[in-house]
Design a binder for this molecule. Structure first.
Ligand code: SF4
Ligand code: SF4
Length: 240
């Protein structure tokens, strides 16, 4: 296993980052009760495109190569969390446009995953109570224990199609885009995820952009507190 790589942000990527921050400020100023969510979705799609460019510049300057490619899906078995409310809305809108068969399959898979997640959560709570996690309790919080436990189930994301492709690739959340591997793909599967020296990497935006994204999400959220891809998209689909 290789150590977690150091990937500094080169000046050309920092410029894109500043543009992203400016776009997010504009979107936040427009987000209010009765806001035109179509315009916000359009503005956010432009931000996602800028993020992809930002990521490409950072990786190119690092001299490292991204190991991620279509059909490589271990990471798509995570309980995808940290999804923004407006991202879930955009994805729910895409699900509504899918064929009846595909839409029902996504909804059923989301429900099944949520039940699995609740079972892992309940089992983790019992184990925590019984002292099973005593050795790591000081280092890992309960949510991480649950997320790690869920990942061990190899439960495929409801948006993975039969060919192991992401059916909402152009709209996939920022959290999916940011999670990459810059070293050894052997680090990705569930059984290796607890290795301390691993090469998966979260290529995050800066603090100001993250704050703006959180504020934007909170301002237009209809289901505050839920940031799970499966659970939040399902709730958005049930809204109407
Ligand atoms: S993070 Fe890992 S599992 Fe996911 S696409 Fe990249 S190499 Fe594949
Ligand atoms: S939304 Fe797409 S990229 Fe994200 S976990 Fe699901 S299949 Fe993978």
């Amino acid at each position: 296993m290789t150590a977690k790589p150091n990937v500094p942000v080169p000046p050309e990527a920092a410029e894109i980052q500043r543009t992203i921050t400016g776009r997010l400020r504009t979107l936040l100023a427009r987000a209010h009760d009765g806001a035109d969510m179509t315009a916000i979705a359009r503005g956010y799609r432009a931000v996602l495109r800028l993020y992809d460019e930002y990521q490409g510049r950072v990786i190119a300057a690092s001299g490292l190569s991204m190991k991620c490619h279509a059909g490589c899906v271990s990471c798509c078995c995570h309980w995808v969390d940290d999804v923004y409310s407006f991202e879930a809305d955009m994805i729910a809108a895409a699900v509504r446009r899918m064929s009846h068969r595909r839409r029902e399959s996504v909804i059923a898979a989301c429900r099944e995953s949520m039940e699995e997640y609740e079972r892992v959560r309940a089992a983790s709570a019992v184990r925590l109570e019984s002292g099973e996690y005593q050795e790591i309790a000081g280092e890992v919080d309960f949510e991480e224990i649950v997320l790690t436990g869920f990942y061990q189930l190899h439960s495929r994301c409801p948006f993975l199609d039969e060919d192991d492709r992401c059916a909402i690739y152009a709209l996939r959340p920022l959290t999916c885009r940011a999670y990459i591997n810059l070293g050894d793909p052997a680090a990705c599967p569930p059984e290796n995820i607890l290795d301390e020296e691993e090469s998966t990497y979260i290529l995050d935006l800066d603090g100001e952009s993250n704050r703006l994204l959180d504020d934007l999400s909170a301002r237009v959220a209809r289901h505050p507190g839920d940031t799970g891809l499966r659970s939040l998209v399902l709730k958005c689909l049930e809204d109407r």
